[in-house]
Design a protein around this ligand. Structure first.
Ligand SMILES: C[S@@+](CC[C@H](N)C(=O)[O-])C[C@H]1O[C@@H](n2cnc3c(N)ncnc32)[C@H](O)[C@@H]1O
Length: 206
């Protein structure tokens, strides 16, 4: 999987296909990071959440990890304040244990099929402190009704597109909730967007 080819087009593609809804979801629980002392952004892409976070927390140390050099370059262009950038494949390399008290993975976990999702979420969880917060915006699947039928269509289109454009391995969405629970995180708030097609979660470890 590589997002390098997609990187220069990512922002306008998002604008055309999703308008402002994804960014509204990304920042839905931004206030829950107000007391974090160091924050990890994984798979941050071109840096839209980083910009919003930095506007709210000018001085907090932020680490941005992404496997794509071109995505990292774009995020770096937006950066102010104490920000560290690292190119790293989270399916391959282990993060230092207990290092961050908040992690943000927006539109990231839904890139992985279950085996890698398990590895990546365990890697992230062990890198956090015992009372960490975790913000996740991802695609989701409503339980029933026309919303579910619509989401099934949207998922099929989205996974096919990303398979072609970024060589995405996942063929379908896997709900990561059971993995977060297994790592000791509890769902604190969940905000649905776009009739349940997207959801913004705030998880935290009690
Ligand atoms: C769908 S984009 C999401 C970008 C952004 N977070 C957003 O909210 O739109 C997925 C991002 O995860 C990165 N990524 C994918 N697989 C990765 C991996 N194994 N390790 C680190 N980053 C990865 C990609 O390079 C890309 O920037």
């Amino acid at each position: 999987m590589s997002f390098d080819r997609l990187a220069p087009h990512y922002r306008w593609l998002e604008r055309v296909t999703a308008g402002g809804v994804l960014q509204r979801a990304r920042i839905a629980h931004l206030a829950s990071l107000d007391t974090a002392e160091n924050i990890l952004l994984v798979g941050e892409g071109p840096g839209r959440f980083l910009t919003a976070l930095r506007a709210r927390r000018p001085d907090v140390p932020i680490t941005v990890l992404d496997a794509s050099a071109r995505m990292l370059d774009m995020a770096r262009d937006t950066a102010v304040g104490p920000t560290t950038f690292q190119q790293l494949d989270l399916t391959e390399e282990s993060l230092p244990p207990g290092s961050w008290d908040a992690v943000v993975s927006h539109c990231f976990l839904d890139c992985f099929a279950s085996a890698k999702l398990e590895r990546v979420s365990a890697n992230l969880a062990q890198a956090t402190t015992p009372k960490a917060d975790w913000l996740i915006t991802d695609f989701a699947m409503p339980a029933a009704g026309w919303q579910r039928a619509r989401a099934r269509f949207a998922h099929a289109l989205m996974y096919r597109t990303f398979r072609i454009a970024a060589n995405l391995e996942a063929r379908r969405w896997t709900d990561p909730s059971y993995l977060l629970s297994a790592q000791g995180f509890e769902l604190h708030r969940r905000t649905p967007f776009n009739h349940g097609l997207i959801r913004a979660d705030h998880w935290r470890r009690a």
